[in-house]
Design a protein around this ligand. Structure first.
Ligand code: DON
Length: 304
């Protein structure tokens, strides 16, 4: 299959949607990114690659980092993780506080902000050097040592991060997180600030697509069953209150970020990443969803 051609055709077909949506501006540094950029890259488990447009431009991966955090937390905590965070879809916005109060400080799932802040706390407690260790794990699964945090993005998010601070306070009040609130928030914002390209993301996510391969990176090990279950959580919770729509349109497990990136996995076949900063009202990339909908339709590669 000529993957470059396939992706080029998809890009051409979705051009009419290029001006739909609006890039995230609640993180001041993200508002500076040119919203009219587009990149896409697919890696198959057989070593085939397709990459178009700005597939090599790095962008802020934001919530996509929560998948890496989940892999580390599952490796460290095993099923004990589920005492501190649930695994049900939330049906609410990624930054919502509503359920967290009603459900006594236990976040619905690891991918909403509340759940990811709990994971940041767990990693902060267990890792000897949280910032370095997290980055080392990302380096190992992507095979790319030059990936790093963008501290300016992290600090700019903290400046306006009133909602996440409220979430962290509620979690602390209920005893779900144990470390200092500012330390946990800083680590959470740093994880979100990591910059990767579509090529790097799709290569990194091959480790989740290929669950039969031994998972052992930077001391983080997962069983094949744990990797499969991570995909299940991506399927049900990866797109917040749009998880149902993404399942319906695309039919693959995946994860989005407000930087405009989306990564999706076709188990035992491929991982694909797409980037376009303009978001819909749910915080997910408009062109990203369109591109993946076409990809799975054209290649008949949805899991359903
Ligand atoms: O905490 C936040 O709001 C951001 N750092 C991450 C949110 C995000 O990426 C949601 N994804 N679509």
């Amino acid at each position: 299959m000529d993957y470059n051609k396939l992706l080029e055709n998809i890009h051409q077909a979705i051009l009419p949607y290029a001006q739909e949506g609006k890039a995230a501006d609640y993180i001041p540094e993200l508002a500076k990114v040119d919203p009219d950029q587009f990149g896409m890259c697919i890696h198959t488990i057989y070593g085939e690659v397709g990459a178009i447009e700005q597939a090599d431009t790095r962008f802020s991966i934001q919530s996509i980092s929560k998948v890496f955090a989940l892999a580390m937390c599952l490796s460290i905590e095993g099923d004990n993780l589920w005492k501190k965070v649930g695994k049900e879809p939330s049906g609410t916005a990624f930054n919502s506080l509503v359920q967290l109060e009603v459900e006594h400080g236990i976040p619905r799932n690891p991918f909403i902000n509340a759940g990811a802040i709990v994971m940041a706390d767990i990693l902060y407690s267990h890792l000897e050097h949280p910032h370095e260790d997290f980055l080392r794990f990302v380096h190992e699964i992507s095979g790319e040592e030059s990936i790093c945090y963008n501290k300016q993005v992290a600090l700019s998010e903290r400046e306006k991060g009133y909602l996440n601070a409220a979430i962290a306070n509620l979690l602390k009040y209920h005893g779900t997180i144990e470390n200092d609130i500012e330390d946990v928030l800083h680590f959470y914002f740093m994880m979100c600030s990591i910059e990767m390209s579509c090529r790097e993301l799709s290569k990194a996510f091959l480790v989740f697509a290929n669950h039969r391969k031994k998972f052992d990176y930077a001391g983080i090990t997962l069983t094949s069953s744990q990797v499969k279950r991570m995909n299940a959580i991506m399927q049900t919770c990866g797109f917040y209150d749009e998880a149902g729509e993404f399942s319906y349109l695309v039919g693959l497990p995946g994860k989005s970020g407000v930087g405009g990136g989306i990564v999706a996995i076709y188990p035992l076949q491929y991982a694909v990443a797409v980037w376009s900063p303009r978001l819909n009202s749910r915080g997910n990339s408009v062109m990203g969803i369109k591109a993946l909908e076409l990809l799975t339709t054209e290649t008949q590669s949805s899991i359903f």
